[in-house]
Design a protein. Structure first.
Length: 331
């Protein structure tokens, strides 16, 4: 009983200290905004500008560091100045802590900054989680067309939901097409052919058993769900054809769900688990890999249906369903 009471008091102590610490971090944002405001106001005075010119922040940094210690580097003073200029209202923004705003200040587009600010607030992201989210999205966007528009970023002026490219390619593609693997060093035995099964898997098969096509492959595969890793990533057992199966991590194309250790991230994962619970087979179309080596893919499913051809024809598009349900947003 005593141990239980002590544990409760210790937990309460942790909560109280955490609350005080969060208050201090928010107060720091207020402080830095006010400092930035004063720097901007002083810079606008011709007399001060003439006396110190472009060296104002450098001199401030030296004098303030000498008097108060760390925290007043020239770079940090530039951030404070930018903080005020980015949020030039009557009072400092109070939704997040200074460490969050330091990350947001690196974003040039106001719409994008506002979106990340909203995501961080609603999901109580730490500044590290926010930084990771921004970096991952930027890395994915660099792999897209340079003409990526507001719709691809999931930011629409009229507030309408973002829509992914349709799953037409999945439904119209030729399922199970095999292509011959060409290699100067590796040769098949007489009467056989090397078959490229995808996922860097090559196997030898009798030529009579393989409907070799010279057309560009569609990269369509049936698969079984092994487990849901998070809202946009799954571990699949993929049927590459010819009795070849591969275990592969797949990232859903065109969307991003939040980290699984956030409330909305957990909801996204549970949504996918519930949605695919009665789907014995799914159909995927794979694209290139992302920075983590996961293949980016579209996914079709149909509850209770195991026939890949039926799923390909009538299946539901999981990527878009996650977007429509609000469990992910478009990249």
């Amino acid at each position: 009983m005593q141990r239980s009471l002590a544990a409760q008091k210790y937990k309460k102590l942790i909560q109280e200290i955490g609350h005080l610490f969060e208050q201090a971090r928010h107060a720091l944002a207020d402080c830095y905004w006010e400092i930035g405001k004063r720097i901007v106001n002083i810079e606008q005075e011709k007399q001060i500008r003439a006396a110190y010119g472009a060296n104002l922040l450098e001199r401030l940094s030296k004098d303030l560091t000498k008097k108060y210690g760390e925290g007043f580097s020239q770079r940090n003073l530039e951030r404070m100045r930018k903080f005020y200029l980015t949020y030039p209202k009557s009072t400092a923004p109070s939704k997040l802590c200074w460490t969050h705003y330091a990350e947001l200040l690196n974003l040039k587009e106001p719409d994008m900054r506002a979106r990340y600010e909203s995501i961080a607030e609603q999901n109580r992201l730490s500044h590290r989680q926010l930084r990771k989210l921004i970096r991952e999205e930027n890395a994915l966007l660099r792999g897209h067309s340079p003409r990526a528009d507001r719709r691809q970023l999931g930011i629409l002026k009229d507030g309408t939901p973002a829509t992914l490219k349709s799953a037409t390619n999945l439904r119209s593609g030729i399922f199970g097409t095999a292509t011959e693997f060409q290699s100067e060093r590796l040769k098949a035995q007489p009467g056989h052919v090397l078959v490229d099964c995808g996922f860097h898997v090559v196997r030898t098969m009798p030529r009579s058993d393989v409907p070799i096509s010279t057309r560009r492959p569609d990269y369509l595969y049936p698969a079984t769900i092994e487990r849901v890793i998070d809202g946009d990533t799954l571990m699949l057992i993929i049927d590459c054809g010819g009795g070849v199966f591969i275990r592969q991590s797949i990232r859903l194309r065109g969307i991003n769900a939040l980290e699984v250790d956030t409330p909305r991230g957990k909801q996204a994962k549970h949504f996918v688990e519930r949605t695919l619970k009665d789907a014995p087979t799914v159909v995927i179309r794979t694209y290139s890999t992302d920075l983590h080596g996961r293949y980016v893919a579209d996914l079709l499913y149909l509850p209770g249906e195991a026939d890949p051809a039926v799923i390909q024809r009538d299946g539901k598009y999981l990527n878009q369903e996650l977007l429509d349900a609000g469990h992910a947003y478009a990249l």
